[in-house]
Design a protein around this ligand. Structure first.
Ligand SMILES: [Zn+2]
Ligand SMILES: [Zn+2]
Length: 146
């Protein structure tokens, strides 16, 4: 992951974002290590140091980070999840506890071995394929057997 060597301030500047205290607070939380978070969780964390920050500001900030390539986002169980691991990868998500893990994707680029393109995508230029595997994580699966 490319972000680990750079300070949040340097990262914001390198991506053309003005450094504001609120942006910096969000960047320090979400870009420090690879994580999957919702705007609500980021808001709860940031509010500890910036009680006045609104949910909307956090959401807009995460959106700015996504547009400039600092974050990816995907949707699972109706939640928008922001991902600070921006290298191509698939996800597995537990239907019970909501755990999300990164999978090294062997199919981040369309390839000969990949399944044929769906008919409706014939006219598209496909850049990548991302999948979310759903099921029970080992811990939840063990519980369901008991
Ligand atoms: Zn689970
Ligand atoms: Zn991920």
């Amino acid at each position: 992951m490319k972000t680990s060597n750079h300070s949040p301030t340097a990262l914001l500047r390198a991506h053309g974002l003005r450094v504001t205290p609120q942006r910096l607070a969000v960047a320090e939380y979400v870009l420090r290590k690879p994580m999957h978070v919702t705007a609500r969780i980021v808001h709860e964390k940031i509010r500890e140091s910036y009680p006045a920050i609104s949910m909307n500001t956090v959401y807009l900030t995460l959106g700015q980070f996504e547009r400039c390539g600092l974050l990816n986002r995907f949707e699972v169980h109706g939640n928008i999840v922001f991902d600070s691991n921006t290298s191509p990868h698939d996800h597995a998500c537990c239907n019970r506890c909501g755990a999300i893990i990164d999978l090294d994707s062997p199919r981040s680029e369309p390839s000969e071995q990949a399944a044929p393109l769906p008919e409706q995508l014939r006219q598209w230029q496909i850049k990548a394929e991302r999948r979310i595997w759903m099921g029970l994580c080992p811990a939840c699966n063990a519980e369901s057997v008991l």
